[in-house]
Design a protein around this ligand. Structure first.
Ligand code: NAP
Length: 612
């Protein structure tokens, strides 16, 4: 056999192995998520800020953002710049920050370079201290943005939106909440992100466990000791701890838990890929010397590389750009089509995964543990992971990897966790089981939405999403969404980059409506249909790829066929999508939008013209 045919046969064998791993997981029964109400409501408790009583609000603001994470903060900042007076952020958390408010687990960091992830660094003259910033540093930055743009003035926290309703007569949105509010707003922005609903797997007996248990996004430092930014957790020194889940959160939590606990059991359903992270301090003087506009340039450079667009140099040079760059910029890849391209993609994927598997052999001493930690699926089946201490934690004598053979934890009892008939007695169980993300054909907003003439959004979207650019919906005037994972827009590894692009677009439209003195701005049915047609025309059929993956968030737990065809991202990718948005704005004719100018005798005076 030639070298090429040896390699082809190794790839074919590996793909067969991937299929077996997928099939093992398809039979997993406890895949559903629990409804965290009643006895389980404690899992959602806010340990960080006590909720203060307050009177319900019935007042009116100019714009209201549901969610005060980076999407809400960026929207608030841009709307302030566009001259809006009262901008209200509403969040179920006790402060701004979104995921960075809740996720204070030990060693929580962002594995996207801080210089491109933390927004508005130039505007606020802040330089992060290290390449991968800690959660406390990112949370502090979120608060800095809120203060800088006076977003605390009208913000309400510990408040969950239950319903939003368009009032045809008043031409305003009504926002109802669990605090009895019926707030009124002219513009309404849905900014509640894909990672806001805690996911606890439906493990039989979960309610019976009498020990301590919490989810990673509600870390109880009273129980463990330590605190955000102080991962020592001395109170765990005599405790047997179980950690369920090995996604990006698990990769970060395991090493500090291994250091702190008497014993640690890590329950694994599917291993993550764990590539090099390589954290290091940032020299603020160097960054301050860069020419103005450096953050946007760096963000664009990162996204371009990750989607195969040409660049002169790799500015970020991290695991993401290296991995995507290796694949998409490979000279063997460019210019190929059809079967040759598919074969080359398989070859590069195989090569990357072999490298990931070899790294495990190089770090983990026990060959059996190393084998169980190896991921067997195509690289983009799961979100890529990056960490430098996770794998080594399994060399410690107090750490045991419990591989559930793809079936997940079997059940829980009063005293612990059962896998393959064996009981593991535990003092503490930590659920690193993530969040409920978009499920095929299901609206995950978390509240009811009705537009013109009481039109129910769920009903409108029964057969699939209909939007313009994923951000505006016909018959839902003055309503804007930050698109989610399948939301007819795009997804970039650096979520903040895409959020900035969406927010710039939304702020531009709102500023234009204000400049015209319009009561409403709304997408026409025709424009909405045109965008849905574009999504369908440019759709890249990833069904075969996703069906071959182990079940998980990326493939709707293996149920790919249930997803409506148009509930996907724009097939041209982010670089082209952002260009489409930019050209649409530059054209200046607001194609596809209808402004209601019936009462526009005296247009509002703006501080600024619409952003470009
Ligand atoms: P996640 O990626 O959804 O991972 C959940 C983990 O729980 C998976 O390993 C899953 O296994 C496992 N699991 C689910 N049910 C189970 C069961 N019954 N028994 C055993 N294991 C079970 O959640 P996450 O790690 O919290 O991450 C959530 C999101 O936050 C991701 O999008 C991630 O990228 C993001 N995040 C980002 C960073 C960053 O640095 N940028 C850091 C942390 C998190 P399967 O894989 O088999 O489903």
């Amino acid at each position: 056999m030639t070298r090429d045919s040896n390699e082809q046969s190794a790839i074919a064998q590996m793909q067969e192995r991937y299929r077996q791993e997928r099939d093992r997981r398809q039979v997993f029964t406890g895949r559903g998520a629990l409804d965290l109400t009643g006895e389980l409501a404690g899992y959602l408790e806010d340990h960080f800020t006590p909720a203060a009583p307050r009177e319900p609000l019935f007042d009116e603001v100019d714009a209201l953002c549901i969610g005060a994470g980076f999407a809400g903060l960026l929207a608030g900042a841009r709307l302030r710049e566009a001259g809006l007076g009262r901008v209200r952020l509403v969040d179920s958390a006790g402060d701004v920050g979104g995921v960075w408010y809740w996720n204070r687990y030990p060693e929580a960091k962002c594995d996207i370079e801080s210089l491109i992830y933390m927004p508005l660094l130039e505007e606020l003259d802040y330089v992060p201290t290290e390449r991968y910033a800690t959660a406390p540093e990112i949370f502090a930055h979120a608060k800095r943005i809120a203060e800088h743009y006076r977003l605390y003035d009208d913000a309400v926290f510990h408040t969950t939106v239950t319903e939003i309703r368009w009032d045809d007569a008043a031409e305003r949105w009504q926002v109802l909440t669990d605090r009895g509010d019926a707030m009124v707003t002219k513009y309404l922005l849905i900014c509640n992100g894909p990672l806001s609903k805690v996911r606890l797997p439906d493990i039989p007996g979960i309610e019976d466990f009498k020990g301590k248990a919490f989810h990673t996004s509600r870390w109880d430092y009273d129980y463990t000791g330590g605190g955000p930014g102080d991962p020592r957790m001395p109170k765990l020194a005599d405790k047997r701890v179980g950690f369920i889940g090995t996604g990006s959160t698990g990769l970060q939590c395991v090493a500090p838990l291994a250091e702190a606990a008497r014993e640690l059991f890590v329950f694994q359903r599917t291993p993550s890929t764990v590539a090099v992270r390589d954290n290091r301090p940032i020299d603020a003087a160097v960054v301050r010397g860069w020419p103005k506009g450096w953050q946007k340039r760096r963000q664009e450079n990162f996204t371009r590389i990750n989607f195969g667009a040409p660049v002169e140099e790799d500015l970020v040079k991290d695991g993401w750009t290296e991995l995507y760059g290796t694949m998409l910029a490979s000279p063997t890849y460019r210019g190929l089509t059809g079967e040759a391209l598919a074969a080359e993609k398989d070859r590069i994927d195989f090569m990357m995964m072999e490298r990931i598997r070899a790294r495990i052999d190089g770090i983990v001493n026990d060959p059996e543990t190393a084998e169980r930690l190896k991921p067997y699926y195509a690289y983009f089946c799961k979100r890529p992971g990056f960490h430098d201490e996770y794998l080594a934690a399994f060399n410690r004598p107090n750490v045991t990897l419990v591989d559930t053979g793809g079936g997940g934890v079997e059940r829980m009892t009063e005293t612990g966790v059962v896998v393959a008939g064996r009981q593991y007695d535990l003092d503490l169980v930590v659920f690193g089981t993530g969040f409920e993300t978009e499920t095929a054909g299901r609206l995950r907003l978390g509240f009811e939405v009705s537009g013109r003439d009481g039109l129910d959004l769920r009903e409108k979207w029964r057969k699939g999403l209909t939007t313009q650019f994923g951000m505006m919906i016909a018959r839902f005037p003055n309503l804007f969404m930050i698109p989610g994972v399948n939301g007819q827009a795009v997804v970039t590894a650096n979520v903040v980059h895409m959020t900035q692009e969406y927010v710039a677009h939304i702020a531009h439209v709102i500023a234009a409506a204000e400049a015209r003195g319009a009561a409403t701005v709304e997408v026409t049915d025709a424009a909405e249909k045109a965008w849905v047609d574009t999504i369908l025309d440019r759709r890249i059929d990833r069904t075969a790829y996703l069906e071959a993956c182990t079940p998980g968030r990326n493939n709707y737990e293996g149920n790919v066929a249930a997803r409506p065809l148009q509930n996907v991202t724009f097939g041209g990718g982010p670089v082209e999508f952002f260009e489409i948005l930019r050209r649409w704005r530059e054209a200046g004719d607001f194609q596809g939008l209808a402004f209601d100018l019936r009462h526009a005798a005296q247009p509002a005076v703006l501080d600024n013209q619409p952003a470009g």
